[in-house]
Design a protein around this ligand. Structure first.
Ligand code: TXA
Ligand code: MG
Length: 327
């Protein structure tokens, strides 16, 4: 099992930073989800991240930095759109895909000519980046294809056997991965909706293209149709669809958007938000999926959420999770 360090203890950041500097791998909190970090400039360290996650080498990692000013060391082609987004949305749940500088190893970017860069807003992530003094390449700290972790315990449960150190900074406040926005071409493209809404990006740089959830974009394997999936088979209800009665022969869970009456026929029921608030729903989503997954259910029925703001990213993850469970 990994050692879990309370990030509030000052020596914890030093220990984690020393591990990164020595070419090791550390799980750490960000405002979106927990990341599995290694020195982005050390190809051997990065190789371990791929091995631990069993992540295919064609799937590039996001490089995390501690300050906006560092961006030109790792990326080029930083235009007006990139500058506005960095100034207004960093630190925060936004990854910008830009042409890469040669200093970033090819393994990090899966051989692509672009790099995904993000300055996270979580104080523990920022302290770790500053103490390590190097950019940190970090995917979400989960086995490839599985639900992302939003607590240190989630990381322990799924990868604890394979890593030494987990920095515990409590539950992640946003709860969904960053929005990945490519600015490497003429047109801005949101490759993955996430913790920063598309509406907020459009208010700053004008219209962006948003490929449909079901188009697998080989440039961003987070867009594979079957991804972010819990083990339990998941049935996603259509927007507005009434909650069906579960089959009495199955153990079925219900994850509703807001509280619903008469969910007693279900083995277990949870609501994502007491008030029907998509922000709250986003924060709770992955933790709820982890909880349901521990129950050994036959099926999980999930109510649709309104597809606005973060609701778009929630529905993106739910559609992909349901694609694996489809039958
Ligand atoms: O919130 C997050 O983004 C978390 C935290 C730890 O920062 N990280 C995360 O990483 O979700 P990961 O590896 O699970 O997802 C990164 C996504 C993948 O879909 C990957 O394909 C895409 O970003 N990506 C990374 N670099 C890219 C690039 N150069 N071009 C296109 N897509 C890229
Ligand atoms: Mg991931």
């Amino acid at each position: 099992m990994a050692q879990i360090l309370d990030a509030a203890v000052p020596s914890a950041i030093r220990q984690a930073a020393a591990c990164i500097q020595a070419g090791g791998v550390v799980a750490f909190p960000t405002e979106t989800v927990y990341g599995l970090g290694a020195d982005a400039l050390n190809e051997r360290a990065v190789a371990q991240v791929f091995a631990i996650k069993q992540r295919p080498a064609f799937d590039p990692l996001i490089v995390h930095i501690a300050q906006v000013g560092a961006v030109s060391r790792y990326a080029s082609g930083i235009d007006g759109r990139a500058r506005v987004l960095m100034q207004r949305c960093w630190p925060g749940p936004l990854t910008l895909v830009l042409p890469k500088q040669p200093v970033i190893p090819a393994l990090v970017t899966a051989g692509l000519g672009t790099v995904g860069l993000r300055m996270p807003a979580h104080p523990v992530a920022l302290s770790l980046l500053r103490a390590a003094g190097t950019p940190i390449a970090a995917p979400s700290a989960n086995p490839f294809g599985y639900v992302s972790p939003t607590t240190a315990q989630h990381v322990q449960d799924t990868l604890g056997e394979k890593i030494e150190l987990i920095l515990d900074g409590g539950p992640c406040p946003v709860g969904l991965e960053s929005t990945v926005c490519a600015l490497s071409g003429e047109e801005a493209v949101v490759l993955r909706p996430g913790g920063l809404s598309v509406e907020e990006i459009e208010a700053l740089i004008g219209p962006v293209r948003l490929p449909a959830s079901t188009d697998a974009d080989p440039r961003s394997p987070g867009t594979l149709p079957q991804h972010y999936a819990p083990r339990v088979r998941l049935t996603l209800l259509a927007p507005g669809q009434a909650i069906p009665l579960p089959s009495p022969r199955e153990r079925v869970g219900l994850l509703s958007f807001r509280p619903v009456p008469a969910a007693d026929a279900y083995t277990r029921h949870e609501a994502l938000s007491a008030e029907g608030d998509v922000l709250e729903a986003a924060t709770n989503l992955f933790a709820a999926l982890h909880r349901f997954d521990r129950l050994g259910l036959d099926r999980l029925v999930v109510e649709a959420v309104p597809e606005q703001g973060l609701g778009r990213a929630i529905m993106d993850r739910l559609r992909r999770a349901a694609a694996r469970g489809a039958d």
